[in-house]
Design a protein. Structure first.
Length: 288
């Protein structure tokens, strides 16, 4: 079985439509994700190129910034909600219908009723539905994915090759008069570089650095698993943030976080030159 297929299978068994079914489920997915290599997802050539990559000389910084390659996203899989479709069972419904007629000779059972019974039986065999998205972000050197959130989501990320700087925060719950919908305090939980190969990162809905920014030190690729995926209609909209100075923070932090350990974040719209383009996934095809 291909490594990416194994990852899909463990995701299907461990992730529900509301996210991981348990902490053990997260660890099951992370254990398999940790084993994924660039060659498992069609990125072997890119990974080899990074090993001999050298930062180019910068003669005109503005020109370099305007001409830098776009961040690219290679989509592997997405299922916003697994569901049972009656059409999937039409080829077998007649056999099931004949079986019921044989079993209950004296009872008239319509094909529609037999279809309903069959679907109920199949649903009973499935302990839960699942919802997830799997994809790869290929980030050129010096490119930045701005600070953004993952509301109500669990995210598992594996750096496949290269080096990236991660700045991550968790929201701080406070009780303060006024409208904090646009400006909120957040605690720094990660601020440093990571290099491949390394263990996968896990971001939880309320911890682990749910709000983070990424800056590629070298060309890099990150395999992401989102459970559940972004969905504006379900309240999981991707918002971007930036730091903002706010006066008189003392006394509002219920967990006694020191002032140097938190920042104020405000929601904003990134510049027009921040673009993520879709790219072709060239790894093994999943068998669904």
């Amino acid at each position: 079985m291909a490594a990416i297929q194994k990852l899909y299978e463990v995701c299907k068994a461990s992730l529900s439509e509301k996210g991981p079914s348990s902490p053990e489920a997260v660890e099951n997915v992370r254990a398999v994700l940790d084993m994924i290599t660039p060659s498992d997802v069609g990125l072997e050539c890119e990974a080899q190129a990074v090993r001999v990559w050298r930062r180019p000389r910068v003669l005109n910084r503005k020109t370099v910034l305007h001409s830098s390659p776009a961040i690219r996203y290679r989509h592997i899989y997405e299922c916003k909600s697994f569901s049972v479709s009656p059409i999937n069972y039409l080829p077998t419904v007649m056999l099931f219908y004949l079986y019921l007629q044989h079993l209950y000779d004296c009872i008239t059972i319509s094909p529609l009723l037999s279809l309903v019974l069959l679907i109920c039986f199949e649903v009973a065999q499935c302990p839960f539905t699942f919802s997830l998205q799997i994809g790869i972000y290929c980030i050129p050197a010096s490119s930045i994915i701005p600070l953004h959130n993952h509301p109500g989501m669990t995210v598992l990320s594996k750096l496949l090759y290269g080096k990236v700087h991660v700045k991550a925060y968790d929201w701080i719950d406070i009780e303060e008069p006024g409208n904090l919908s646009k400006v909120r305090p957040a605690k720094v939980v990660r601020d440093g570089e990571i290099s491949a190969p390394c263990a996968a990162m896990v971001l939880c809905p309320t911890g682990g650095g749910n709000v983070h920014a990424l800056k590629a030190i070298t060309p890099c690729a990150i395999l992401d698993i989102l459970s559940p995926p972004y969905s504006s209609k379900d309240g999981r909209h991707c918002s971007y943030f930036r730091r903002r100075q706010k006066s008189h923070p003392t006394g509002i932090l219920w967990d006694r976080t020191r002032e140097s350990e938190f920042v104020w974040l405000e929601e904003y719209q990134p510049r027009d030159n921040f673009v993520i383009r879709r790219d072709l996934y060239t790894g093994p095809t999943l068998e669904l």
